[in-house]
Write a protein that binds this ligand. Structure first.
Ligand SMILES: Nc1ncnc2c1ncn2[C@@H]1O[C@H](COP(=O)(O)OP(=O)(O)O)[C@@H](O)[C@H]1O
Ligand SMILES: [Mg+2]
Length: 166
């Protein structure tokens, strides 16, 4: 089943006063199936980050479509894109962007903070978010004693459970 689809995606950045504008992505179409892994490779400046930002709903294409699980991002208001980013998309950054003042498990639970206040909170989930966070951390090799410690510098691995769709 196709999970993510890009159709004729183009992206240029408007640089005021500079002509011609920078055309970074020129007609990119691709399909990613559920369970499939892909790699995007290319020299520095070739548009990898631009493409990932567009696939991850962090940025919009100049034209073309991004469709995730049958939902076309184009035309969706910012609020709905924010929900998609929260629930359906995860990024593991080279720099992990964890909050060092929070514990490892608190970092993992950060994306769940808006849920209870939102109509998107699924009250049918029986396992508590905290139990699920612990289970995911354990699965990533975290032992219980470390989970309640400060994230500090050791915690690059905590960013994986954070995006695992808690
Ligand atoms: N916000 C931006 N404004 C203007 N130009 C940008 C912006 N982001 C990236 N670019 C330009 O787009 C091109 C592709 O950048 P990028 O997607 O970061 O490439 P990569 O990740 O492959 O190194 C580069 O020429 C870069 O300078
Ligand atoms: Mg890059």
């Amino acid at each position: 089943m196709v999970q993510l689809k890009l159709e004729h995606v183009k992206k240029h950045y408007d640089m005021p006063g500079e002509l011609p504008e920078i055309q970074v992505l020129n007609d990119v179409s691709l399909e990613v199936r559920a369970g499939e892994s892909i790699a995007i490779a290319g020299p520095s400046g070739s548009g990898k980050s631009t493409l990932l930002n567009i696939m991850g709903a962090l940025d919009r294409p100049s034209s073309g479509s991004v469709i995730l699980a049958g939902r076309d991002f184009s035309g969706l208001p910012e609020k709905e894109l924010a929900v998609i980013r929260n629930r359906d998309i995860g990024f593991i950054f080279q720099l992990h962007h964890l909050l060092p003042q929070c514990t490892v498990i608190e970092n993992v639970l950060i994306p769940t903070l808006p849920w209870k206040a939102s109509r998107f909170f699924d009250s049918s989930i029986s396992e508590s978010q905290e139990e699920r966070a612990r289970r995911l951390l354990n699965r990533s090799g975290w032992v219980s004693e470390c989970i309640t410690g400060r994230a500090g510098y050791q915690a690059a691995n905590a960013s994986a459970p954070r995006w695992s769709g808690l």
